[in-house]
Design a protein around this ligand. Structure first.
Ligand code: ADP
Ligand code: MG
Length: 400
């Protein structure tokens, strides 16, 4: 998918209107409202969420918009602009079981939310839902959580169920785990629900504590770029499950409830207690990555954003060498960004494809972009689309 800069005139209001128009064209009549949730970039703290560690995402100004209206017959009708060639998906109440999710394709991400709400409270209503999104799908920016969280906000509002944002995130994660069948951690949904503009979200998952940390690169003369390698999460789900399983095994052997509880000071002792090199590498990544998140947060808190570059690079090296989730394309993009003048760069998201982020002085952006393009073409790879330069945006909200 392309990640080119927005054309002028493409505002949030125009996307809300486009979503509303899609609803009217497919279902007739007006929606009861329009809600949206953002895609996210994780600045640092990768593969730490499912072991109760620390993450530091920002929400970006790419959003998934959901126009919705309740219907009295319990039926769920869904249409998405991303699958414009397909007719609306119709699901009756009897279809809302996790066993039928496998047949629903993308619609399972929507149906799963309704299933979770129905398990929680009596919701007699069905819904008509139209989806319009500017979040690239499968590029590591979490289009899935943006969709789930926007739908969750719509269903919560339309059923007058008061749900605080962090609880909305938990519901959406549960839907993705139990209904769609993707064993994701809670990072993506927390980012989509809780993030604030011009702030990163420091979330210590084990402690259940989060804090908004100022993050405004432009006030330091810096730009955050996101470059999509164009490789869509190759082998991602099987390998992701293996990494989770390695972490679980290590927790069993070490007798700790969560790897996220292990501090860097005890790393050597912990590694010595593990029986093989693969487990040692996986654990070393998790423990050192949590430490890097904490150090990044300390730098940001003290206004030293321009010093976080080496931590981003160390994170990438750890994901590449110890956690083995990088690809040649991600490595080449990171190296090229640095040789073009970026002060830090790393893969973002789960790896095996998707995007890198780079933090670069504003005047070096053209060189960074040219180096990445050159690195791909010289290897005979399809050059990536122009990088996205996102604004740091707010989490889930009602737009209309
Ligand atoms: P990502 O990193 O983008 O979250 P995932 O594989 O986790 O990648 O989720 C992508 C899936 O989420 C898509 O294949 C589709 O099923 C669903 N999805 C995301 N955005 C949309 C959308 N706008 N319309 C319909 N389905 C979507
Ligand atoms: Mg996802």
């Amino acid at each position: 998918m392309t990640t080119t800069a927005r054309a002028s005139g493409d505002t949030d209001a125009s996307f809300v209107e486009t979503c509303r128009e899609l609803f009217v064209a497919r279902f007739g009549g007006d929606p009861a409202g329009v809600w949206s949730a953002p895609g996210r970039i994780n600045l640092i703290g990768e593969h730490t969420d499912y072991t109760g560690g620390c993450v530091l995402p920002v929400a970006i100004d790419r959003r998934t918009y959901v126009a919705a209206r309740p219907r009295p017959d319990g039926m769920l009708r869904i249409v998405s602009h991303a699958y414009a060639g397909q007719p609306p998906v119709f699901l009756g109440s009897a279809d809302l079981h996790p066993e039928s999710a496998a047949h629903q394709g993308w619609a399972a991400y929507v149906a799963g939310i309704l299933w979770v709400f129905r398990n929680r409270t009596e919701i007699p209503d069905g819904f008509d839902i139209a989806v319009y999104s500017t979040v690239p799908i499968g590029a590591g920016l979490s289009s899935s959580a943006a969709l789930e969280c926007a739908v969750a906000a719509a269903v919560a509002d339309l059923t007058a169920t008061a749900v605080p944002p962090s609880e909305l995130a938990r519901l959406a994660q549960y839907a993705e785990n139990a209904y769609v069948g993707v064993p994701c951690g809670i990072l993506d949904q927390m980012a989509a629900c809780v993030c604030q503009a011009e702030h990163a979200l420091f979330f210590d998952i084990g402690a259940g504590r989060y804090e908004h940390i100022p993050f405004a690169p432009e006030s330091h003369g810096l730009v955050l770029l996101v470059a999509d390698t164009g490789i869509s999460h190759r082998h991602a789900s099987g390998e992701y499950a293996k990494r989770r399983e390695s972490c679980r095994q290590a927790e069993d052997i070490l007798g700790v409830p969560r790897l996220g509880d292990i501090r860097a000071a005890s790393l050597e002792t912990v590694l010595a207690a593990l029986p093989d090199e693969t487990l040692r590498r996986r654990v070393r990544h998790v423990v050192t990555e949590n430490e890097r998140v904490r150090r990044t947060v300390e730098l940001l808190r003290s206004g030293r954003l321009a010093e976080i570059g080496p931590l981003l690079l160390a994170s990438h090296a750890s994901l590449r060498d110890d956690y083995a989730v990088s690809t040649p394309e991600l490595d080449a993009a990171v190296e090229a960004a640095i040789s073009g003048g970026a002060i830090g760069a790393r893969l973002t998201g789960g790896g095996f494809g998707g995007s890198i982020i780079a933090l670069a002085p504003r005047d070096r952006v053209p060189q960074v972009v040219a180096q990445i393009q050159g690195a791909f073409t010289s290897r005979g790879w399809k050059p990536p689309a122009a990088p996205l330069i996102p604004r740091i945006a707010d989490g889930v909200r009602r737009d209309a």
